[in-house]
Design a protein around this ligand. Structure first.
Ligand code: IMP
Ligand code: MG
Length: 201
């Protein structure tokens, strides 16, 4: 696995520092929303890519927090360009109504913006008090930069990256740094891809 890495784009220390900062920003905003009442947040992590990020982020949110998972498929198998996004109803743990809730949708990366648009449209129908979005990474491409996201960890070049939750063909999520892959690893992934149905983003 280590030999598949071409370049480390963001190392674990830089990620840890930024995640802590994001936690502080989010906590301050939610405290303000709560007014005099207790601050409470409903986190909606998008499976599977956000799991590592959200696991670290929640430990920097010293407020009442619920976690409601949602799953969106967008990169089936060994694809490195975003395809049609759709919500997987079998993995949707959102309550019917979010009235009064301060919701924060969390994803690993903002690429075409299709995934976040899909999820925020769905959540908006559940009438939360506030709805914000947070991504660890945002690609420097027009579609991503135009999407208005409330918290961004890092802006990165428009390259395919893995690690810290992000996958290629469902592998490499366990790498502690954000990295690019060598062309051989990408080719191997394409050859191994048995077009698993419904892989989760
Ligand atoms: P979007 O819907 O095009 O914004 O894509 C977002 C989803 O695609 C994310 O939730 C990721 O799972 C996946 N994705 C986008 N870019 C990358 C990448 O560079 N590496 C791994 N996954 C990616
Ligand atoms: Mg993915």
């Amino acid at each position: 696995m280590q030999s598949d890495i071409a370049r480390v784009l963001i190392d674990r220390a830089a990620i840890a520092k930024r995640v802590e900062e994001l936690g502080r920003l989010i906590t301050a905003d939610i405290a303000r929303d709560g007014g005099n009442g207790p601050a409470e947040i409903t986190l909606v992590p998008i499976l599977t890519g956000s799991i590592v990020f959200v696991a670290d982020l929640v430990r920097h949110l010293p407020i009442m927090a619920q976690i409601r998972l949602i799953s969106v498929s967008s990169y089936p198998g060994a694809a490195t360009a975003s395809k049609d996004a759709h919500i997987r109803e079998d993995l949707d743990t959102l309550p019917r109504s979010l009235r009064g809730a301060h919701v924060l949708v969390i994803d690993d990366i903002l690429d075409s913006g299709r995934t976040l648009r899909l999820v925020t449209d769905l959540i908006r129908e559940k009438e939360p008090a506030t709805l914000r979005t947070c991504v660890l990474l945002r690609k420097r491409r027009p579609e991503a930069m135009e999407f208005s996201v409330d918290y961004t960890g890092f802006d990165i070049p428009d390259e395919f990256v893995v690690g810290f939750g992000l996958d290629y063909n469902d592998y490499y999520r366990n790498l502690p740094d954000i990295v690019t892959l060598r062309p051989e690893a990408i080719r191997r992934g394409l050859a191994q891809d048995h077009a698993k149905p419904g892989g989760a983003a």
